[in-house]
Design a protein around this ligand. Structure first.
Ligand code: GAR
Length: 210
């Protein structure tokens, strides 16, 4: 079975979705380790409860981004994972780290990329007056939130939506689509070819709407 390392910074609800999919027999992969840059991330408890090895690599213990990412790369490589899964890992990564894991690092982002890269995506979608919003799973490449998008979960924006209501609606889709995309990778169905995501041998001209 292919092995995964999952990186988190917070609640870890997407990690939980992967754990649940694994336990339901829907994710043919072994979660080798969960690494957090924050010692208090609740996701660490979720991992421990599932019997998964956890590590904390606190960014405050490092002089800068390069030093941190060099250490992080070593920690990940120690587990020799086939895939690195970013699940709410709230750090900008150096090009060196991203290139090292090119084609084997996925991220989930709470918007319909290329719309709303970066932070505060839900309030920005509301302010923009969009009628649709959602989440995207993409291969990680050096430009922030700009790697090839594999799949998206789409939700409507209702007239009376508040930020937390919309965030919750998107989060439900995240929990649905991330395990599906990780499963594709684990099954050998998904690759990165240059700057193009390839699913079942077909270059994806647009993201799969799941
Ligand atoms: C998720 O909504 C994820 O899309 C987002 O952080 C949240 C983590 O939640 N990621 C980013 O914004 C990445 N820039 P979780 O810890 O409960 O999985």
């Amino acid at each position: 079975t292919p092995s995964l390392v999952v990186l988190i910074s917070g609640s870890g609800s997407n990690l939980q979705a992967l754990i649940d999919a694994r336990e339901a027999g829907d994710l043919p992969a072994d979660i080798r380790a969960v690494i957090s840059n924050r010692p208090d991330a609740y996701g660490l408890e979720r991992a421990r409860a599932a019997g998964i090895h956890t590590e904390v690599l606190d960014h405050r213990d490092f002089a800068g981004r390069t030093a941190y990412d060099t250490a992080l790369q070593q920690r990940i490589d120690a587990h020799a994972p086939e895939l690195v899964v970013l699940a709410g890992f709230m750090r900008i990564l150096t090009d060196e780290l991203v290139n090292h894991f090119r084609g084997r690092m996925l991220n989930i982002h709470p918007s319909l990329l290329p719309a709303f890269r970066g932070l505060h995506t839900h309030s920005r979608a509301l302010e923009a007056g969009h009628s649709e919003h959602g989440c995207s799973v993409h291969f990680v490449t050096p430009a922030l939130d700009a790697g090839p998008v594999i799949a998206q979960g789409v939700v409507p924006i209702e007239a009376d939506d508040s930020e937390p209501v919309l965030a919750r609606r998107v989060r439900q889709q995240e929990h649905r689509i991330y395990p599906l995309v990780v499963r594709w990778f684990a099954q050998g169905r998904l690759q990165l070819d240059g700057d193009t995501a390839v699913l079942d041998g077909q270059p994806l001209e647009e993201p799969v709407r799941l």
